[in-house]
Design a protein around this ligand. Structure first.
Ligand SMILES: [Zn+2]
Length: 175
């Protein structure tokens, strides 16, 4: 069995399926993002940590409501689901926020059924950087490939660029 961070191991020991235990923390990252999303990873982590320190009731309610939305086979609440803000990372492939459950803290991709992990391996074996692989892709495929959220910084940057180009083209045509 793979080894996970202690908060994940704890839920597995209490009887939760391994995959479900991993996804629980991803689900909570999304819940925190719903309430306090920040475009910068460090700001987002800080915001969650601040809530844990200064607004415990709110922090716990996010965990309890998140867990309450699913029919878990075991009792799940802030008492046994110990969400650690410092484990939140940004996926190297889709750039969504995710919870690094690996014991050594060395994961670089999210846990979407291995899609990003596989893509990462493919790019790692090729020339070029992870974010800008040397092989050619159709530009239009980039934003739809992993359907980034509307608030995703990279997607926004991409959309701004598209809009700017469209705007420039219109302006040029007008003259
Ligand atoms: Zn990903």
């Amino acid at each position: 069995m793979k080894s996970y961070v202690k908060e994940v191991e704890r839920l597995i020991e209490e009887g939760l399926n391994e995959q479900v235990a991993v996804q629980t923390f991803q689900m909570l990252v999304n819940r925190f993002a719903d309430d306090m999303h920040r475009p910068e990873l460090e700001d987002f982590k800080l915001e969650i940590a601040k809530a844990r320190k200064d607004d415990r009731a709110f922090y716990r309610s996010i965990i309890d409501e998140g867990c309450g939305a699913f029919p878990f086979p075991i009792e799940m609440s802030w008492r046994n689901v110990k969400f650690e803000p410092k484990r939140v990372k940004r996926c190297a492939i889709c750039s969504d926020y995710y919870y690094d459950v690996s014991r050594n803290g060395g994961s670089v991709t999210c846990y979407n059924n291995g899609i990003c992990a596989n893509e990462y391996e493919i790019r790692r074996k090729r020339a070029g950087t992870i974010l800008e692989p040397a092989y050619r892709r159709k530009v239009q495929e980039i934003p739809t490939d992993f359907s980034p959220k509307a608030d995703d910084a990279q997607a926004n940057a991409f959309m701004n660029k598209v809009e700017m180009t469209a705007w420039r083209n219109r302006v040029e045509k007008a003259f």
